[in-house]
Design a protein around this ligand. Structure first.
Ligand code: PRX
Length: 677
């Protein structure tokens, strides 16, 4: 891809460049109880000890058989960690805890409606449910190790039960965020080649019971149109025994899990001894093209990574109550609601609904009632709490020892509010930077060892060697105050193995830019390009500035601008579309969409509404544009490329820069007038 286009919609260009902040120290009380206080961990995980150091992570797991080779690079940059090792993720997350912790709560499920009872699922109960669901997958669905299954489930315990049942059998799950549309789900069913879809009839959001089943019909229709037949749709019921959606069931295709599973009550399914390098799940994410890509995560490396980071960064102990407010439909939920916490026998909270429903005190009531002491959320939610209920945390009697922020840059001012008001000045904060692709945290402080710095994610995790390159491939040294492209010099357990079915795209997008020898089998030749712009301070702390590619981060939800543009092009009248991120107080950024119409059509409010409806239909409500601007023409380069940078500047009311080299500079003035009015 041409350099120019690559950087055109850069969020970094419009990111707030706040200054370096001072350190905050963790409390003595926190340090005294922390899981990791040994500073030598950074030496143990130094480059000299790579890759053997990661045995320390893998030793947190139970293996049926140890590996023969810690890191196989023979197919670089597609790596195999712990090659030859055998283990099972469901065994590690459940069975191994039964001897000592059978009656411990694994999952606290909090329904959105406050009048509904909180459900506490013990490890024993989780084991029973997972075994029975595994029997359904195996016997009723006829699925086997290596098959893919698409899940489109909301935030209920049935989701981790289904994931763990898949993991028990080595079936590769692909969970699609529940808020995504049926159409988005259908595309992911097709790409993954799933013949079974597992979904739910309904769930609560903002006090309304939403019909979720209707999305399944749409998803199956889209998949079939693209040649992927779905034989069975399994539907969990929000209220077992009762169907809560109005959409009819399709005879012979749709089945209620709650009914089918009755035939398997008491069933026990032996965990399959899976090779460490076998895929565990796919997680689709947005990139530089319209088509989402399935990040393929492995079994051994991934579980080792999320187990160790849950223990050392999240600092979870057996007696803690841990609440990560993300959605399990995203990587954060996979790694830090389900797999990491359960692997270390934690009690993890799953909340069904909106954090501020029915009022801004809801979260703090949940924290108080369940005794939550580790809290994990995103800057978007923190900004919303600060805006809608700044006095609320003080009204409730909870005490956090530890808090996480993840998913977007956090403004130091917001960080300080989180620290003082939500954490009541007592909790440590970790700002964890990572990605769907990376499986687990890449940059963060280890909370009892490194001090916090507002607005900085912290140094590379032990064993993660960050480097910042300029566009020509020269290293930008720390402390220079210069931003560049953040890369990781080495592979690590937890890193995705490839893009499902598209190794070329994997290599092109993440490695090509800085690889000096594409035939090399040495990992040193394959730095990983993260797609984020960043600055490294003198102390090695990394400050993330935002994406350098066509990805925008709306409320912490990652969306591809091309994905939104292709959705808009579905509207008959639209000839061209360009999406740009605009700054928003709470969401971080939100999309503005510019469209030009085909000849013969006049701009109208109706067309603008059709464009937004298409974004919601094709992707989901999170993709809705703040504004649809119907423009006479797009600003273009002489070679015909749409100048998104110019449009972004107009939307953000900043300087559009020099436009004289454009093919049609006059249109910029017209668009400016339109937007300013
Ligand atoms: O731009 C970075 C931003 O989120 C992107 C990854 O999004 P996703 O794959 O959806 O994963 C979300 C869960 C980590 C990154 O490329 N990002 C993530 N964490 C941070 C962040 N930006 C700033 N600070 C963070 N802590």
């Amino acid at each position: 891809m041409a350099e120019k286009e690559y950087t055109e919609t850069s969020e970094a260009q419009i990111a707030v460049h706040w200054g370096e902040e001072g350190y905050y120290m963790p409390s003595v009380k926190f340090i005294a109880q922390a899981n990791m206080t040994d500073e030598s961990i950074y030496d143990r995980f130094s480059m000299d000890n790579f890759p053997d150091c990661f045995k320390e992570y893998a030793d947190l797991l139970d293996w049926y058989k140890y590996w023969d080779e810690i890191l196989d690079t023979s197919d670089a940059p597609c790596y195999k960690w712990f090659k030859g090792g055998l283990l099972n993720v469901s065994y590690n997350c459940i069975d191994r805890h039964l001897a000592g912790n059978s009656n411990k709560t694994a999952i606290h499920f909090v329904p959105e409606l406050e009048e509904e009872k909180i459900e506490h699922v013990t490890y024993r109960e989780l084991w029973v449910r997972v075994n029975e669901m595994a029997a359904v997958l195996l016997d009723f669905c006829g699925l086997k190790t290596g098959d893919r299954v698409t899940l489109h489930l909301p935030m209920l315990p049935d989701l981790p039960v289904t994931m763990l049942a898949c993991a028990r059998l080595g079936i590769i799950h692909s969970q699609v965020f529940g808020g995504f549309s049926g159409s988005a789900c259908g595309d992911r069913i097709t790409d993954s080649g799933s013949s079974v879809l597992i979904t739910m009839d309904a769930y609560y959001r903002g006090g309304k019971l939403l019909n979720h089943k209707q999305k399944a019909d749409e998803a199956v229709g889209i998949a079939e149109k693209h040649g992927q037949k779905v034989d069975k749709v399994l539907i969990w019921q929000r209220y077992p025994g009762k169907y809560s959606a109005s959409t009819p069931m399709v005879e012979g295709r749709d089945f209620f899990v709650n009914e089918v599973i009755k035939d398997y009550y008491g069933a026990r399914v032996e965990p399959v001894k899976m090779p460490a390098e076998a895929p565990l799940f796919l997680m689709y994410t947005s990139g530089t093209t319209g088509k989402p890509k399935g990040c393929q995560h492995d079994t051994g490396g991934y579980l080792a990574c999320v187990t160790a980071t849950s223990k050392y960064v999240q600092d979870i102990h057996p007696e803690d109550v841990y609440w990560c407010m993300a959605d399990i439909g995203w990587i954060t939920g996979h790694s830090y609601i389900v797999y990491g916490p359960l692997s270390i026998c934690a009690s993890t909270v799953i909340y069904e609904g909106i954090p501020t429903y029915p009022d801004a005190g809801r979260c703090w009531r949940i924290a108080q009632d369940l005794g939550v002491n580790i809290f994990h959320t995103a800057p978007t939610a923190i900004r919303a709490f600060r805006k809608t209920g700044p006095e609320e945390p003080a009204k409730y009697n909870y005490e956090f020892k530890h808090m996480t922020t993840v998913g977007e840059p956090i403004e130091p001012e917001v960080w300080k509010w989180y620290y003082e008001v939500v954490g009541k000045g007592k909790a440590v904060i970790v700002d964890t930077w990572w990605q769907t692709e990376t499986g687990g945290f890449l940059c963060s402080t280890i909370p009892a060892i490194k001090p916090m710095k507002p607005g900085s994610a912290g140094p590379g995790m032990p064993g993660i060697h960050c480097i910042i390159y300029d566009d020509k491939g020269n290293e930008v040294p720390p402390g220079k105050g210069i931003a560049g492209n953040l890369c990781i010099r080495n592979p690590w357990p937890g890193m995705f193995q490839t893009i499902w079915g598209d190794r070329d795209r994997f290599v092109r997008q993440y490695f090509e830019k800085y690889c000096k020898d594409s035939s090399s089998k040495d990992w040193r030749d394959w730095p990983y390009l993260t797609g984020d712009a960043a600055m490294m301070a003198e102390d090695g702390y990394v400050r993330i500035l935002g994406r350098i590619d066509d990805v925008i981060n709306v409320s912490g939800h990652r969306l591809g601008t091309k994905e939104l543009e292709s959705a808009a092009l579905v509207v008959e009248e639209v000839a061209e579309a360009a999406v740009v991120p605009i700054r928003h107080d709470i969401k971080g950024v939100e999309p503005d969409i510019y469209v030009a119409l085909k000849p013969g059509y006049e701009p109208s409010e109706e067309i603008a509404q059709k464009v937004n409806a298409a974004l919601v239909r094709e992707i989901g409500p999170i993709a809705k544009a703040r504004k649809v601007w119907i423009v006479p023409d797009m600003p273009k380069t002489r070679s015909g490329k749409i100048m998104r940078r110019v449009l972004a500047a107009i939307s953000n009311k900043s300087d559009v820069g020099d436009t004289m080299t454009l093919a049609n500079p006059e249109v910029v003035e017209d668009i400016k007038k339109m937007v300013e009015n």
